[in-house]
Design a protein around this ligand. Structure first.
Ligand SMILES: [Zn+2]
Length: 306
């Protein structure tokens, strides 16, 4: 719990961490506080997003027809660098899981599953939107990824937080898959940066793909279809596998994103297995190492750990 940084203190923190900061005109008074009647803060952490688009700095400032801006506090371009977009309450997190917020507040790890959307994340989280298609194939240039690490580290350092106050949108709101890199790896990079002096650290970290644990996914595919509707065994891995099946056309988008490996997902996975040439019991919709690895590789969305 902490009072949000002033606009000037935010700039100082980011610049002290070694970032070049660009300021969008009007950013320091651009927020959703007057419009919603809700304050920003006390703050508990920082949230990382990908924009799922390109050239979307102005969209993040102005918002969309269904969601007024600012849509983040900072926007990080692929080549345009870091831009200040808003200061105060911003529409980036939406409704999130209160259990996860409480874990962030306590800096507990690992974070619990985000299986509910029952708390306002815009009250308490700083948000960074990283310009990336988020499709698993669009790379994060090393320079851009390093700037994201520095952004998170700067705000953590200014508040006296550790890397455990950092989360990805996919970790706090059910159904989200952003950002499309591994958040444990990102937190490890923030931790390394925090161990240096501000502005120190010259290594260029590289984002890693999110990981899907095969044994946990098998357990989900076996348990979820027979359990009550929407049962969740393995939230993050199921969401990634479903996102991949959607991307390749084996699963309708409406069935993806709730973290439950239900019977529709089993059928979709079986179709993927048949596509790979499996038949009979080998195409029963329960993931195997080869089929899952191929699914992650073909979509670029994840790697597999056994
Ligand atoms: Zn997001």
């Amino acid at each position: 719990m902490a009072t949000p940084l002033t606009a000037a203190a935010t700039l100082t923190a980011l610049r002290s961490e070694g970032l070049t900061v660009h300021e969008h005109a009007g950013w320091s008074t651009h927020n959703r506080e007057a419009a919603t009647g809700k304050a920003f803060g006390p703050v508990i952490g920082v949230l990382i997003h990908h924009t799922a688009g390109h050239g979307d700095k102005e969209i993040c400032y102005n918002g969309r027809s269904d969601l007024p801006g600012p849509l983040c506090h900072s926007w990080l371009g692929k080549t345009e660098g870091l831009w200040m977009i808003g200061h105060g309450r911003a529409n980036h997190a939406g409704l999130v899981d209160l259990d996860v917020l409480n874990a962030l507040r306590a800096e507990a790890s690992p974070l619990p599953h985000d299986d509910q959307a029952n708390a306002d994340g815009n009250d308490v989280l700083y948000g960074l939107e990283i310009e990336n298609l988020g499709n698993g194939k669009d790379p994060y240039p090393d320079v851009q990824y390093r700037q994201a690490v520095l952004w998170a580290a700067a705000l953590c350092r200014a508040h006296g937080w550790t890397e455990k106050s950092v989360a990805g949108h996919k970790e706090v709101q059910p159904g989200k898959i952003d950002p499309s890199f591994d958040m444990d790896g990102f937190r490890a990079d923030v931790k390394k940066q925090l161990a240096t002096k501000p502005g120190g650290g010259t290594t260029t970290p590289t984002p890693t793909k999110p990981k899907v644990d095969l044994s946990q996914l098998i357990a989900a595919a076996k348990a979820d279809p027979g359990a009550k509707q929407g049962h969740v065994t393995y939230m993050t891995g199921t969401n990634l596998a479903e996102a991949a099946l959607v991307k390749l056309g084996y699963l309708a988008k409406t069935y993806a994103g709730d973290g439950s490996f239900g019977s529709t997902t089993v059928k979709a996975y079986a179709a993927w297995q048949r596509h790979l040439g499996y038949t009979g019991a080998d195409a029963n919709g329960i993931p195997g190492h080869t089929s899952l690895t191929q699914l992650g590789t073909n979509t670029g969305l994840f790697t597999v750990v056994a």
